[in-house]
Design a protein around this ligand. Structure first.
Ligand code: ADP
Ligand code: ASP
Ligand code: MG
Length: 411
């Protein structure tokens, strides 16, 4: 018997009607002779609503309590979907993350799955039950409830598929697959039939929210056959697979964007490697994630450093640097928000030197100001003004020949 893990995101379970449709799809898979484990997200915008409820009570809600609060969203969904399946005459068994044996690190708000004790799920499957597991949550060794970071239900699904050695993991969402860019930003984006794990991981890390980056990482490590497809339209989705199994290696497979970027410039740091060590250690001590870093000469004795952070961490980063002004011995700090990052990603880039030039030409022809650049073997990213992000994505999409003739329909 084959085992299939299916995950349904927030928009797929946003109403009772939608939950019935999900139950119908699961019932179909079961009727085809598969064992089914289903992971669900919270209904519609529930998680956002819970976040803002907490925000009404506190400017800095405690993270342990946030995790207890946010996990309630997924608990509602597993109960309702199990009821909908039972209404169809099927045996369904809802499980929270901790009931399903999902053990995580103790970091609230962004825990990592460390292991899954699948005994309980396997026992239910042997009883012919459909197991419905709450996405996005687990339990730490200390017995505290944890969450995996926004969008983390994808990771629950893939980790379950890996632990159960499922035949495939299907991610159902509000688009028909992975597109060459977010179809909400680039209406001429087209659906990809397939994409390599490496390319998908870059896109996800660079802001393509269709898959949680850790879900791709997990699928890549454990070689989980992974497909992204629509909950609403019955058509073939996008397979994420090993690079060797791909039909072609394209220069640029897709464009990603991130609209939440800030840049900080520390001018006139002493020109010693210790100065950089001190600066970035201070930021790391405060768990601030630094993305791009550019250094340049200020004069013979001093250097300038510019780096980018997520806009949510910008204030804290500035505070840390200012509080260490004497120790760091810099001249001035400048900072800027309302920035975005656009990136082009493709495995074929390694062997094709023209991609960067084409990217810069296309952005400058469109009047987009490039503020920072970073590259890796399979991506080039530029930080640009936030209000030029949509134009930039569309320009790059067409410059790299990715435009399709017909607009994608987005749910
Ligand atoms: P779910 O609630 O099902 O997890 P998400 O909102 O997390 O859904 O992810 C689906 C969304 O991801 C799409 O609606 C789309 O706007 C966005 N997205 C971003 N980049 C891409 C891309 N390259 N291909 C498809 N969708 C993308
Ligand atoms: N409900 C969580 C979120 O909105 C997890 C998920 O949907 O994947 O981020
Ligand atoms: Mg998601």
């Amino acid at each position: 018997m084959r085992l299939v893990v299916q995950k349904f995101g927030g928009s797929s379970v946003s109403s009772v009607e939608h939950i019935r449709m999900v139950a119908q799809r699961v019932a179909q898979t079961y009727a085809q002779g598969n064992q089914c484990v289903v992971t669900v997200s919270a209904m519609g915008k529930t998680t956002d609503q819970l976040v803002s409820l907490a925000g009404e009570l506190s400017d800095h809600p405690p993270q342990r309590e946030m995790d207890v609060l946010l996990t309630t969203g997924e608990q509602v969904s597993i109960a309702l979907l199990s009821m909908a399946l039972q209404e169809k005459g099927l045996k369904a068994h809802p499980m929270t993350g901790w009931q399903a044996g999902i053990q995580t690190s103790p970091i609230h708000g962004r825990a990592r799955i460390e292991g899954i004790d699948t005994q309980r799920i396997r026992h239910c499957l042997e009883q012919d039950e459909i197991v419905v597991v709450a996405g996005f949550q687990g339990v730490s060794e200390e017995g505290e409830i944890t969450t995996l970071g926004r969008g983390g239900s994808d990771t629950t699904a893939v980790a379950l598929a890996a632990a159960l050695r499922a035949d495939r993991c299907e991610i159902y969402t509000d688009v028909t697959g992975v597109f060459t860019a977010d179809p909400r930003m680039a209406p001429l984006a087209g659906k990809l039939q397939e994409i390599s794990f490496e390319e998908m991981l870059e896109l996800a890390n660079l802001g393509a929210g269709v898959l949680h980056p850790r879900s791709v990482e997990c699928a890549m490590i454990h070689k989980v056959p992974l497909v992204v497809r629509s909950s609403f339209v019955d058509e073939e989705g996008t397979w994420v697979k090993e690079a060797e199994k791909m039909k072609e290696e394209l220069n640029v497979r897709g464009i990603a964007h991130d609209l939440h970027v800030a840049r900080i410039k520390v001018l006139g740091l002493p020109n010693q490697s210790q100065a950089l060590t001190k600066l970035f250690s201070k930021l790391a001590d405060h768990h601030i994630n630094v993305d791009m870093i550019v250094t340049s000469e200020h004069d013979d004795e001093r250097i300038d450093v510019a780096f980018s952070v997520h806009e949510d961490e910008w204030k804290q980063a500035c505070g840390v640097i200012e509080s260490c002004a004497t120790e760091l011995d810099y001249i001035k700090v400048l900072s800027e928000t309302n920035l975005a990052k656009v990136s082009v990603v493709g495995a074929g880039m390694v062997t094709n030197p023209g991609v960067a030039a084409k990217m810069f030409t296309s952005l400058s022809d469109a009047g987009v100001r490039i503020k920072m650049v970073s590259t890796s073997e399979i991506k080039i990213s530029c930080v640009i003004p936030w209000d030029q992000a949509k134009d930039a994505v569309q320009e790059l999409h067409s410059a790299f020949g990715l435009d399709v003739k017909e607009k994608a329909s987005v749910g």
